[in-house]
Design a protein around this ligand. Structure first.
Ligand SMILES: [Zn+2]
Length: 263
């Protein structure tokens, strides 16, 4: 079931109930209450689809349930590969001996397969973001399935391994999206910490937003890429990652991939 149909049905029901009330087919009070309930339901369903931290439409991983007594945290990077920033980030992560998870866009991977191979060679986890960076809620079921299949196939042909995890663009999901991703053999991963690094608010701001909200088992959403436009610089994020690693390590955190976090 696609949420867009439910939203249309709830909205039409609201309008119809108001119309019935206006023309006194039902009492105005009943019409007003029923219409308000329909529109509230539509709003709630929409919120549950766009807010990242709930599993209303199906299981979404947003943090580790159990870290077995260890202070684990996962850095995740969306929208790449995006030269030269992905390479700069890889250099930093290698120097700090940190493994992260890269949610890669299939279209970008097809343009830069050597960068994807580098990510893999350095021991990071490769996961799927989408075939093309489009809001899956706005696509038909078959378009969404084709988008996901293209992304999965592209990553598999470059790395030789099928991705096990996917983060839908913007973290948006509904029943149909969750089913399509699960049917393609992947679990959905969103996040628990979002420093909004893509707005380039400043290195220190990004680092503070992550460190001040850090907790055991957290998943941090950062960006090495800028899909679909591929225009914005990512220097701030990369510099902030260095600060984040040093600061959280000093607090006893260990950086792990989503696979390790999900054990
Ligand atoms: Zn994205």
């Amino acid at each position: 079931m696609r949420i867009i149909y439910l939203l249309i049905i709830c909205s039409l029901a609201g309008v119809l109930l108001l119309w019935l009330g206006i023309y006194k087919k039902i009492s105005r009070k009943t019409a007003a209450i029923s219409a308000a309930l329909s529109l509230t339901l539509a709003g709630a369903l929409l919120l549950l689809a766009v807010l990242p931290g709930n599993s209303f439409y199906g299981k979404v991983i947003t943090h580790a349930e159990n870290t077995h007594g260890r202070k684990l945290i996962a850095l995740t990077f969306d929208d790449g590969p995006y030269p030269p920033y992905t390479q700069k980030l890889l250099k930093l992560l290698a120097a700090k001996n940190v493994h992260a998870t890269f949610f890669i866009v299939g279209e970008n991977a097809a343009k830069h397969p050597e960068t994807v191979k580098l990510v893999q060679a350095q021991g990071h986890l490769i996961a799927l973001h989408a075939g093309y960076h489009k809001d899956l809620l706005k696509l038909s079921s078959s378009e969404a399935a084709a988008n996901i299949a293209y992304g999965k196939q592209t990553l598999q042909s470059i790395t030789g391994t099928a991705p096990q995890y996917m983060r839908p663009p913007h973290g948006f999901k509904d029943w149909s999206t969750v089913k399509a991703i699960n049917d393609a053999g992947m679990q959905i991963v969103n996040w628990s910490i979002i420093p909004r690094d893509w707005t380039n608010p400043g290195v220190q701001v990004i680092a503070d937003r992550v460190c001040e909200n850090a907790s055991t088992g957290a998943i941090v959403l950062l960006h090495d890429g800028d899909s679909p436009k591929n225009l914005a610089p990512r220097d701030q994020t990369i510099e902030a990652v260095g600060l984040i690693i040093d600061r959280l390590r000093a607090e006893g955190y260990e950086f792990v991939t989503i696979e390790e976090l999900n054990k």
